[in-house]
Design a protein around this ligand. Structure first.
Ligand code: MTE
Length: 330
């Protein structure tokens, strides 16, 4: 029994979530129907879909960047197809089904946009999106994203370290934590009608985690600005933590001395801790976290991959947690 049940929602166990392959083949089937291509051969359809899904369709504005040279910033794994990165999402403000964000996030208006930065900082201020886009050089970072539900993707993000912004607002000596608050506008987000989470969606990091060079403020993916369903116009990406620590469509960044509340921890404290570091040794209370299914490799006979400590970023981030009992602080 956990809190979600009071809200009429129980986070489904991974086996109940539509596997991406089934979902993708259903989508291909619907596309085929929509295009009235029933006569086309299956083989030519499969080939066309494979080509089309790797690169962005080019409908969004390009966001030029340079390939990052920071240690750990570029994984060697093959990036997940654009169609999966932008079609299989969690963004509960638009619904809880994986297909909801792509289908419904068209109502999000990513411009004009401002981000308020306040709390324990010497220079609190409001940033306009264009100021944020010019704040630091844009880098391409190819990160693994591991969802707590047991699937993963590899995504070429465009952005710069959150540390770039943090330095400019000068945290005071009291600042120990950073909270990220995301947009909650019922006029733009139909999912807010559901009480599945307390809105606005909030996430937080310890200040030293947020200052780590791998913790990213992302504005784009696959060389273009973020699609709405991926958290336009600005989100965080913290690659060594479960995906839910990376808040989408951020409107406020607040520095504090006390550990701030976070949405998933409030919703189900026994299932989602504050840290939420990817740790194959700490099971979710209702499923194992030892392995993961890489989206795009999830055919009927595809083997799962072993989940790596800190999602494979241990060489870069393990020192942040030296001396912390990671079973107690999960
Ligand atoms: N941010 C907001 N505002 N709302 C959400 O529901 N879901 C989180 C995270 N950020 C979420 C959010 C979860 S559970 C995951 S796994 C990632 O976004 C998914 O990011 P992606 O859809 O870009 O892969």
């Amino acid at each position: 029994m956990h809190l979600f049940e009071d809200r009429g929602f129980v986070h489904p166990v991974p086996s109940e979530i539509t596997p991406a392959a089934v979902y993708a083949s259903r989508r291909r089937w619907l596309q085929r129907l929509a295009l009235g291509a029933a006569g086309a051969s299956l083989a030519s359809w499969a080939a066309r879909d494979a080509r089309a899904s790797i690169a962005p369709p080019g409908r969004l504005a390009p966001l030029p960047s340079v390939r990052s040279t920071a240690p750990g910033a570029v994984v060697v794994d093959k990036p997940t197809a654009y169609a999966d990165v932008t079609g299989y999402n969690n963004f509960y403000e638009f619904g809880t089904d994986k297909a909801d964000p792509a289908a419904r996030a068209g109502s999000l208006r990513p411009r004009p946009w401002t981000v308020v930065v306040d709390g324990e900082v010497a220079r609190p201020r409001r940033f306009d999106l264009d100021e944020l886009l010019r704040l630091a050089p844009m880098e391409e970072r190819i990160y693994r994203l591991r969802c707590v539900e047991g699937w993963s993707m590899v995504i070429p993000w465009v952005g710069y370290p959150i540390a770039e912004l943090i330095r400019r607002v000068a945290p005071t000596g009291n600042a120990k934590y950073v909270q990220f608050e995301t947009l909650a506008d019922p006029a733009q987000m139909p999912g807010l009608r559901s009480r599945v989470l307390d809105w606005p969606y909030v996430e937080a990091l310890r200040l030293d985690e947020a200052m780590h060079p791998l913790a990213l403020l992302a504005f784009g993916l696959y060389g273009e600005v973020l699609p709405n369903q991926n958290g336009a116009p600005v989100r965080t990406v913290v690659p060594w933590k479960y995906g839910f620590k990376s808040g989408k469509s951020i409107v406020r960044i607040r520095f504090s001395e006390k550990q701030p509340p976070t949405s998933w921890n409030l919703a189900a404290p026994g299932e989602y801790g504050f840290y939420s570091n990817v740790n194959p040794e700490v099971d979710h209370p209702r499923w194992s976290q030892a392995t993961e299914r890489r989206i795009g490799e999830d055919g009927l006979f595809a083997r799962k991959r072993p989940t790596l400590m800190f999602n494979g970023y241990a060489p870069q981030v393990a020192s942040l947690y030296a001396g912390l009992d990671l079973r107690r602080f999960f």
